[in-house]
Design a protein around this ligand. Structure first.
Ligand SMILES: CC(=O)SCCNC(=O)CCNC(=O)[C@H](O)C(C)(C)COP(=O)(O)OP(=O)(O)OC[C@H]1O[C@@H](n2cnc3c(N)ncnc32)[C@H](O)[C@@H]1OP(=O)(O)O
Ligand SMILES: O=C([O-])CC(=O)C(=O)O
Length: 432
């Protein structure tokens, strides 16, 4: 990174000097009250969501990422270490590059005991996302960035300390996630990481599924797919905002995970599986199209959303959904819940379209996540968003390192009151 950062800084400086007053977007009253949705307000070097094609990680589509990233010998899905290299460096890694990151993670993977003690001290029915966020936050005093900032850290070197923190934190995520799973659902059994397994597969191994090679492949797919979704989704943006105050990676990631825990964001995968099971439980046998259509309409009429459908940016089927659909077509084509996912995919977009208000009636990644986990015996819905979070922290931390490398300032826009807006628009003829 030290070799590529200076040239990138020069690009940004030139862009800002030459075109600093170029208007990228306009703030309207609609958008102020509409959650700023659709407004371009942030920069991220790592990825971009195209409404029609979906996410591109460093310019690569999901299919290209899956095809081109290096794999461990004898496996089908990529090494997460390769993905992290791609996110940080912006270029497709070799197998050696990917293994370099994997080895770096192995060397840094030890989780201090006090983290486990913090988790054990929480009420037994604490939501796994709360546990995950607390575990990350509890490690804040390990921050290299925070310590060096209080010593002699210069702005030009912020990124190096942020990278140290990022590698330290990401290295520990599979162990922390597995510990939470085992504490909540497997009587606290502890399985040490297997030094011969890669980062993603080690999670599967540590929750007792090390012999299920198909599940280990799913882990590899899952974490890569969930890593990043441009800089403005709630989890990434929250982490960026917090990081912009020079709060370190631990504070930033814990905050981002709190945003991911909402049902309109990452928690939708938990909600989606609950919804699918309630469909299944409502009928004696597999539902017909008509029955499903009615069930979906009833959900909408009850004032609820259909989880796993719709998106703030995407206007097409989420390619992360498609990638998992392909996985399931290969590994679990006969699974009844998966067949239901497919039927929902055929039926629900029309139902949503008929409302006349849903901008994107297509499935997002959450429409299938839980079904795959459920198939392999990870049946505890509340845990699913932790898995999402493990992946997402790769993107959040890569963004943070680059934000520090580019010296991005504190994010602090300006807010107005409704009264201020009424004053601003007084005397202008109404659009109604
Ligand atoms: C990884 C992720 O975070 S992907 C998203 C995961 N979340 C979900 O799957 C939850 C279900 N989906 C939703 O709630 C929404 O589609 C969101 C939050 C993802 C996007 O929200 P928005 O940008 O507001 O979507 P949109 O502009 O299409 O919303 C217009 C209307 O359609 C409704 N709508 C959108 N999607 C759905 C849905 N799946 N089911 C029912 N209604 C929906 C909205 O609630 C809104 O209704 P309102 O005007 O009465 O408030
Ligand atoms: O982009 C978004 O707003 C939500 C999403 O799909 C993600 O963060 O993965």
């Amino acid at each position: 990174m030290a070799a590529i950062i200076p040239a990138h800084r020069a690009r940004v400086t030139k862009l800002v000097r030459s075109h600093g007053s170029f208007v990228v977007d306009q703030v309207t009253i609609d958008r102020l009250y509409g959650g700023l949705r659709g407004m371009t307000v942030l920069v991220s070097e790592i990825s971009k969501v195209d409404p029609q094609y979906g996410i591109r990680l460093r310019g690569y589509t999901i299919q290209e990422v899956l095809d081109l990233l290096p794999k461990a010998p004898g496996t089908e899905y990529p090494l997460a270490g390769g993905l992290y290299y791609l996110l940080l460096m912006g270029e497709m890694p070799t197998l050696e590059d990917a293994l370099m990151v994997e080895n770096e993670w192995k060397a840094r993977s030890h989780v201090p005991d006090y983290v486990f003690n913090v988790l054990k001290s929480l009420p037994a029915d604490t939501h796994p996302m709360t546990m995950f966020s607390q575990a990350i936050l509890s490690m804040q005093h390990e921050s290299v960035f925070a310590r060096r900032y209080n010593e002699d850290l210069q702005k030009v070197d912020y990124w190096e300390a942020a990278l140290e923190d990022s590698l330290n934190l990401t290295a520990k995520l599979p162990t922390i996630a597995a510990f939470i799973y085992n504490l909540r659902y497997r009587d606290g059994q502890f399985i040490s990481p297997d030094p011969n397994l890669d980062w993603s597969a080690n999670f599967g191994h540590m929750i007792g599924k090390g012999k299920d090679s198909d599940y280990l492949e799913l882990c590899r797919l899952f974490f890569v797919l969930h890593s990043d979704h441009e800089g403005a989704n709630v989890s990434a943006h929250t982490a960026h905002l917090v990081g912009s105050t020079l709060s370190d990676i631990y504070y930033s990631c814990s905050a981002g995970i709190n945003g991911l825990a909402g049902p309109l964001h990452g928690l939708a995968n938990q909600k989606c599986l609950r919804w699918l099971l309630s469909v299944r439980e409502s009928f004696e046998s597999f539902p017909t199209r008509d029955q499903l259509e009615k069930f979906a309409s009833d959900t909408l009429n009850a004032g609820k959303v259909i989880p796993g459908y719709g998106h703030a940016v995407l206007r097409t089927v989420d390619p992360r959904f498609t990638a998992q659909l392909k996985f399931a077509d290969k590994y679990l084509p006969q699974d009844e819940l998966f067949k239901l996912v497919k039927l929902v995919y055929e039926v629900v977009p029309d139902v949503l379209q008929k409302t006349g208000k849903v901008k994107n009636p297509w499935p997002n990644v959450d429409a299938i996540n839980g079904t795959l986990q459920y198939h392999y015996g990870v049946k505890e819905f509340e845990f699913y968003t932790v898995l999402f979070g493990v992946g997402r922290i790769m993107g959040i931390t890569a963004n943070n390192v680059w934000a520090r490398a580019l010296g991005l300032p504190i994010e602090r826009p300006v807010s107005l009151t409704t009264g201020n807006l009424e004053e601003l628009t007084a005397g202008i003829s109404s659009q109604i």
